[in-house]
Design a protein around this ligand. Structure first.
Ligand SMILES: *Cc1c(COP(=O)(O)O)cnc(C)c1O
Length: 420
């Protein structure tokens, strides 16, 4: 074996079993299952790891948990709530043909009601309760952290038959699937879980698996671009018929095939998960480090005169921060200057206000590996950028004086802290 080969960390061995030596699926450690269950804190949740992005989780949820004609309630705290409801209706053929297949609840024939929060807020508990009293809903979905607004919803308070979109929250926000009684957690590899994109991760509770089993025996209404059609059990999203046997086979080290797994990503995911769940800092400390990093970014932003998009601290995510541009400045004043300093942030995404704000991610190693100094680097770049932008922009002089004053105070506080 050449020496570079020896450096590749080996996966823990699965107890003796038949070795799948076939052209296609290969050995996958069943440890991945235990690790992912640790991250979402469930004893018996069934994970499904499938090639695809987070968006695939909406299809999996819609295809397996609701029948055509059944009611679903979607809590909306930003862009991703719309996507879950009617991605299909929003589809613009000439721009995003690939999204055609990523239809969601309405595409699968559910009657969807949306409970929409004010921009920057999560749906209130009272609104959820009165909606649940007014009608029988088979499914309630919500976005734990809506990445378009950085709004965190209180997952603990919501629980019913529930699907949680955790694409932006898993591993950066606390999740306790069993105690919070959540049925489906859908996520993706590339955000808080720190793996390259391309792996859809869905964990289904025992109850969800029962619902899926019943639901799967019904034909599905399938709205295709050329009109409605009926699709039977061969729906490739069918968790019970299509994917459960595959997951069980992986777990017992046997070969099974339905569609080729992204083996490279599963290896990368294994490496990320073992770091998150087995090495220091512990999972609990990771959440704490995310809260601290978030607080530092948010405090610095406030000192610099930037207003957060979430209306209250209780609605603010810990893995990211969404900030309005200050008056008189826009994306063109801020984002290119940050990029020149090596900091790439995201523009706005919420359709109603997308030119008015930007988003900073601080999840995964950025928050956890403090020695990297990422949070300091971002704050420093943001501070310099605002100073430059304010110096050149036609900026209301009163506002300028106020912000300059805030900035001076902030600098004093920081240097006072540094002296301590
Ligand atoms: C990114 C994201 C998605 C979509 O995930 P993709 O991997 O881009 O398909 C869905 N929901 C939320 C909350 C997200 O942040």
């Amino acid at each position: 074996m050449s020496s570079w080969c020896k450096q590749i960390p080996s996966l823990p061995l699965i107890p003796p079993h038949q070795v799948p030596s076939i052209p296609g699926p290969i050995e996958v450690s069943d440890e991945v299952r235990f690790y992912i269950n640790t991250v979402v804190d469930t004893a018996e949740g069934q994970p499904f790891l499938i090639a695809g992005s987070g968006t695939l989780g909406w299809d999996q949820t819609a295809a397996n948990l609701v029948e055509p004609g059944e009611n679903a309630l979607v809590l909306h705290s930003g862009y991703f709530g719309d996507s879950f409801t009617d991605w299909y209706d929003n589809y613009v053929p000439s721009l995003v043909p690939a999204l055609m297949i990523f239809s969601s609840l309405e595409t699968y024939g559910a009657n969807v009601d949306q409970l929409k929060a004010k921009i920057g807020a999560a749906v209130s508990q009272e609104d959820i309760e009165s909606a649940l009293k007014s009608k029988k809903y088979k499914l309630l979905t919500f976005t734990h952290v809506d990445t378009s607004t950085a709004v965190l919803s209180n997952a603990k308070a919501i629980a019913e038959t529930i699907a949680l979109d955790g694409v932006c929250s898993v591993a950066s926000e606390e999740i306790h699937m069993d105690t919070w009684d959540i049925d489906i957690i859908l996520s993706a590899s590339q955000k808080g879980l720190g793996t390259p994109p391309g792996l859809s991760i869905l964990v289904a509770s025992k109850r969800a698996m029962q619902v899926c089993t019943l639901t799967s025996s019904f034909p599905k209404l399938n709205l295709t671009p050329i009109g409605p059609g009926i699709q039977f059990q061969e729906n490739p999203c069918n968790l019970v018929l299509r994917w459960l046997p595959i997951m069980k086979a992986y777990e017992s080290g046997n070969a099974a095939y339905f569609a080729t797994p992204p083996v490279n990503l599963i290896y990368a995911f294994h490496a990320s998960l073992s770091k998150i769940t087995k090495s220091a800092p512990s999972l609990a400390d990771r959440y704490k480090l995310h809260r601290e990093a978030s607080q530092r970014v948010k405090e610095a932003a406030t000192e610099l005169g930037l207003k957060q998009l979430p209306l209250q601290p209780a609605f603010a995510a810990n893995g990211m921060t969404a900030l309005y541009y200050p008056e008189g400045l826009s994306a063109g004043d801020i984002l290119p200057r940050l990029a020149k300093k090596g900091i790439v942030v995201a523009g706005g995404l919420h359709t109603e206000i997308k030119d008015k704000y930007f988003r900073i991610g601080h999840m995964g190693i950025t928050a956890v590996e403090e020695s990297r100094g990422d949070v300091d680097t971002v704050i420093k770049a943001l501070k310099e950028t605002l100073a430059e932008a304010r110096a050149t922009a036609t900026y209301p002089s009163q506002q300028l004086a106020r912000d300059q004053n805030n900035l001076n105070q902030f600098t004093n506080t920081v240097s006072a802290r540094a002296r301590l």
